[in-house]
Structure formats: structure tokens, C-alpha cells
Design a protein. Sequence first.
Length: 95
Amino acid sequence: MDYEYFNALLEHDLIIEFATGHEHAARLVEVTKLPDVPGQKRVPFSLLFLTDLRDQYFEQGIFTIKNEDEDMSIFLVPVGFDPKTGGVLYQAIFN
């Protein structure tokens, strides 16, 4: 999984499984390259997911993100509410 992989998923609808029985719709709304760090094997990047959660959020942790091709476990951190939709935003950073 690298920047190019996720950039191809930009604006795609996904499912995030926060816990058993707690699957929520999400959209990958941002894929951002971060400044290079000497010695890194890949370009650092961040992801921002907009979820359908409104009145609750899940603490940071490793969650399963599902798309039509595969499931992947990614560490996500809630970073706030989207001012337009009210949905909770989650961020992942890859170094």
C-alpha cells in the first residue's frame, strides 16, 4: 500500500468496521503526500476518510477498511467533524 494505491481510491466509497456489528460508510476524501524524510523507503502520505457517523465517534485504533478488492487494517485517528456534512473525519498517516 503506497500513495499511488490510495490515490486511485480517492473519492471511492468504502466501509470501515470499527467493531463487530459497527460497520459504517466512509469515503476517502483526501490523499496527501507529506514531506520526504531521508532514508524512508516510500513517500510519506496521509489519508482522510469522511464517515457517516454523526452523534458518536470511535477512539483511535486499528480498524478494517473494506473495498471491493480487499480488506485492510489501518490505524485511524478521529480528527473532527466535517463542517459541511457533520460526519466524523478519520486520518491515517504512513511514514
